[in-house]
Ligand binder design. Structure first.
Ligand code: COA
Ligand code: ZN
Length: 310
């Protein structure tokens, strides 16, 4: 059965090692991190946001970025590795460590941009120029626009503002744009509304969606995005994730859930949900817990009996 008019393929960029690990309090030893990341990649993941080159005071868990990236990259040829960078110093570190894509992050809302990277939006936009000049010819440039849908401090983001900011970012000649639902509270209706408003501004550039799952709407928002023709997503194995500078934000859409969902609708991701579930379940061996991953908690268990209508 042909199900609606969905894209035939989708790309998943695995973000567990960055977004998932960044708010884990207890430091995961570097060798353990590398071992777990290699296990994630063994499922066939072809794009991964592996770490952040940020201040170790802001994100202590990712202070080993310069060791993790080269070690994993050497063991996994053919995978595109993205590293989050907040400023020029981060970009220098990411390039030296061999990042294929620099992911420059800023927020659409002033208050979250200030809380997260201590810059006004204008300062962030201006600061991108140096990073782009440095990286030109060495790595692709992705710009992630946090709080594109909801802000923890300002509420619903005006879609017209997001569209305007996409225009400003595109003037700089970047390669990829990511719109992030940073706090995971956007309803499918509002999510769709924003996508419809901004879609014309994204014509001709790969556009990823990064969706958190605080209210449990992530999978629904992914389905809405597919309906609107979007087919590139960030997600995290085990549903891990959350921005430490966005109060109340829970984990990401779980990769295993998205892959299972998409497979059930005939949208090919090239990934095997069963292998992903196995890796998600192994999180506990690293002292980590899945967050809201339905497949990792229930896959393969007997189906519940549906009571007969009397
Ligand atoms: N990597 C490592 N260290 C960095 C750095 C980077 N990219 N950028 C700045 N630093 C260090 C500086 O060397 C300085 O160190 P010192 O105190 O030992 O001298 C310190 O951080 C402060 O530098 P400054 O330029 O004044 O930055 P800041 O205090 O205004 O912080 C950021 C700004 C962007 C560096 C910081 O807020 C940050 O790293 N944020 C990342 C947030 C994040 O990852 N959020 C989740 C993802 S959305
Ligand atoms: Zn996130």
């Amino acid at each position: 059965m042909e199900f609606n008019n969905l894209p035939k393929n989708a790309i998943i960029r695995e973000v567990c090692p960055r977004d998932g690990f960044q708010s884990v309090k207890e430091f995961i030893p570097t060798e353990k991190k590398i071992e777990f990341i290699n296990a994630m990649l063994a499922t066939g993941v072809k794009e991964m946001e592996i770490t952040s080159f940020v201040s170790p005071k802001a994100i202590p868990q990712l202070a080993d970025a310069k060791d993790v990236l080269p070690a994993v990259k050497a063991a996994n040829p053919g995978v595109e590795f993205t590293a989050l960078v907040p400023n020029l110093k981060g970009a220098e570190g990411a390039l030296a460590a061999g990042a294929d894509v620099l992911n420059i992050v800023f927020s659409c809302s002033e208050s979250h941009n200030m809380a997260n990277i201590r810059r006004t939006v204008e300062q962030s936009l201006a600061g991108m120029d140096d990073i782009i000049a440095l990286a030109r010819g060495k790595a692709k440039i992705c710009v992630s626009m946090a709080t594109s849908f909801m802000c923890p401090f300002e509420g619903r983001m005006d879609p017209e503002r997001v569209k305007m900011l996409i225009g400003k970012v595109r003037e700089k000649g970047v390669d990829i744009i990511t719109l992030a639902e940073t706090i995971g509270t956007c309803t499918p209706k509002d999510f769709t509304e924003t996508l419809r408003v901004v879609k014309p501004a994204l014509e001709g550039i790969p556009a990823y969606l990064h969706i958190h799952n605080t209210y449990g709407f992530a999978a629904m928002n992914v389905k809405c995005a597919l309906d609107e023709g979007f087919n590139k997503f960030d997600s995290a194995i085990g549903g891990l994730g959350g921005c430490p500078f966005a109060p109340g934000a829970a984990g990401n859409a779980a990769t295993e859930d998205l892959v299972y969902l998409m497979q059930s609708m005939g949208v090919e991701t090239g990934l095997d949900p069963l292998k992903l579930v196995a890796v998600a379940r192994s999180l506990k061996d690293y002292g980590l817990k899945t967050m809201g991953s339905l497949c990792a908690s229930a896959f393969g268990k007997p189906k519940p009996e549906i009571p007969q209508q009397k």
